[in-house]
Design a protein around this ligand. Structure first.
Ligand SMILES: Cc1cc2nc3c(=O)[nH]c(=O)nc-3n(C[C@H](O)[C@H](O)[C@H](O)COP(=O)(O)OP(=O)(O)OC[C@H]3O[C@@H](n4cnc5c(N)ncnc54)[C@H](O)[C@@H]3O)c2cc1C
Length: 404
């Protein structure tokens, strides 16, 4: 007989840990499964935004990050294809609106918290298939300790990221190359000129993608580059070669990396973007985080939406338990609430992503941002205050920027 739970969460990254914590706190019997043993690494820029901070606060976890290695961040520095550098500070205040934390560290804090609340957690469990009763998902099958195991539940939460099985098995995997980023990243030691801001650089050779430097303590940095996959293929762009060229030859970055040493190999990974809306709920299941293709199409930020989707899905699941209704129609309250919260922002940022293809516009906006406090304010709002993105894609904003 397969062991029974209220909810099975497949994947213990930010989305799965968030869902597990919210559901367990509400009294549900949750089984948390992950193929990895924590702490585990995840290819990422390690930038933790304001949206993430909000959910971490709700989970009561914000203080836990004060005691692990991280770097507080107070804004974003942009540079344009013509080399103009514009630092955009966050609104004043002593508390950092975001931070940079290696995912091996960040995810472990979240996972251990979720594990402490879950009814049962199995690390090293490789989910291989979902169990169905007709079209309804009723459980999961997988391998652990050299044996095959089955578990059953009223609801299965697919939180197994890009490399997982749930989205694929449910026909909800985003394989549209115009809605995926390809990203590479590595760690450097001894990078010069870093401050208290994350850095996004629209370097001429990297557009329509961007190069990033996210500072970590002790002159260490998470360094990477990403681009929409269809653009990358059209341009026949080799991301590693572009990044190497920027670091070794670009007049702004060469001096900053002159004495720096790459500390890790360069790893690549896919970012499924929320500009493509996938089916996120069905009979007996929901998908969250990267398994649900929820990454911001402009900034590449996915942790905040992963944590938020875990929370939003939990609310719909708790409602489903109240009504004893685990059908698609009941669980679809989750995508409805999620898109009501983040849908406009995603649409706006998708337009910003396409706008960033224009070197002319990036030179214009970043050039004006360097000179105009008003333009800096709009960008700061747009990047750091998710509800205020609209002004940045307002054509009048560009007209004003041009005349400023
Ligand atoms: C290059 C790059 C840079 C990025 N930079 C940033 C950034 O700076 N800031 C930001 O906010 N976001 C960034 N992101 C996006 C961010 O990494 C993801 O959005 C985030 O990790 C999604 O969390 P998740 O919990 O949904 O999935 P994941 O973090 O991928 O977790 C999925 C979990 O599922 C487990 N799993 C997978 N398959 C199975 C299976 N078959 N059985 C059991 N368990 C399984 C995995 O072991 C893993 O622990 C970046 C992504 C990339 C690729």
């Amino acid at each position: 007989m397969a062991e029974e739970f209220d909810v099975i969460v497949i994947g213990g990254g930010p989305s799965g840990s968030s869902a597990t914590a919210f559901l367990s706190k509400a009294g549900k019997k949750v089984l948390l499964l992950d193929r990895a043993k924590f702490p585990r690494e995840k290819v990422c820029g390690d930038g933790i935004s304001g949206r993430s901070v909000g959910v971490l606060r709700e989970l009561g976890l914000l203080d836990s990050f004060k005691s692990v290695e991280h770097q507080d961040m107070f804004g974003v520095t942009f540079s344009s294809p013509n080399g103009t550098v514009a630092p955009i500070p966050s609104a004043s205040g002593s508390e950092a609106p975001g931070f940079v934390c290696r995912r091996e560290v960040f995810d472990n804090v979240l996972f251990q918290h979720a594990k402490s609340l879950a009814a049962k957690t199995i690390e090293g469990f490789f989910a291989t298939d979902l169990l169905f009763d007709g079209s309804r998902v009723v459980g999961v099958k997988g391998n652990f300790d050299g044996k095959e195991h089955e578990f059953r539940a009223k609801v299965v939460v697919g939180a197994d990221g890009v490399g997982g099985i749930t989205a694929r098995k449910l026909g909800a995997y985003n394989n549209d190359e115009s809605h995926q980023h390809a990203g590479i990243r590595c760690y450097y030691e001894g990078v010069e000129g870093m401050g208290d801001k994350i850095e996004l650089h629209f370097v001429d050779s990297a557009v329509p993608g961007y190069f990033w430097i996210f500072p970590l303590p002790g002159k260490r940095a998470n360094v990477g580059l990403c681009m929409v996959v269809s653009d990358m293929k059209k341009k026949r762009a080799n991301l590693q070669a572009i990044m190497k060229d920027i670091i070794e030859n670009h007049p702004v970055f060469k001096p900053r990396f002159q004495n720096a040493k790459r500390a890790t190999e360069i790893k690549s990974w896919l970012l499924p973007l929320a500009s493509k809306r996938m089916k996120l709920a069905g009979d007996g299941y929901v998908l969250v985080g990267d398994a649900a293709s929820l990454i911001d199409p402009f900034t590449g930020e996915g942790i905040g939406n992963a944590l938020t989707s875990g929370k939003c899905a939990s609310q719909a699941i708790l409602e489903a338990f109240k009504n004893n209704d685990f059908t698609e129609s009941s669980l679809s309250n989750y995508p409805k609430a999620l898109w009501a919260g983040i849908g406009n922002e995603i649409d706006t940022n998708h337009r910003m992503q396409r706008m960033a293809n224009s070197k002319f516009l990036m030179n214009l906006v970043i050039g004006k941002a360097k000179r105009s406090k008003e333009v800096r304010g709009v960008i700061s709002d747009a990047i750091l205050n998710p509800s205020n993105h609209k002004r940045l894609v307002d054509p009048l904003f560009f007209l004003r920027a041009l005349l400023a």
